[in-house]
Write a protein that binds this ligand. Structure first.
Ligand SMILES: [Zn+2]
Length: 76
């Protein structure tokens, strides 16, 4: 087995691992087909309506103004 001549420095190994992480994120994004919304810039699934602003391909699909806020408290 080959034996490394020098200890790998923290910076070197961290740089390498950051590259792995970046690649993993890229692959996951590809698999999920995640993109960014052209209108609000939020992360969204490609070929889906944006859940943040309710737009698809520049057109307003979901009416966000009529959306009811989640009920968290019970008013007696
Ligand atoms: Zn959006």
């Amino acid at each position: 087995m080959a034996v490394p001549k020098k200890k790998t420095s923290k910076s070197r190994s961290r740089r390498r691992h950051s590259a792995y992480l970046k690649e993993q994120v890229r692959r996951l994004k590809k698999r999920l087909s995640l993109g960014t919304c052209a209108d609000c810039g939020a992360a969204k699934l490609n070929h889906h309506v944006c859940k943040e602003c309710g737009k698809y391909n520049g057109k307003q699909i979901l009416d966000k103004s009529k959306e009811i806020d989640k009920i968290t408290t019970i008013k007696a």
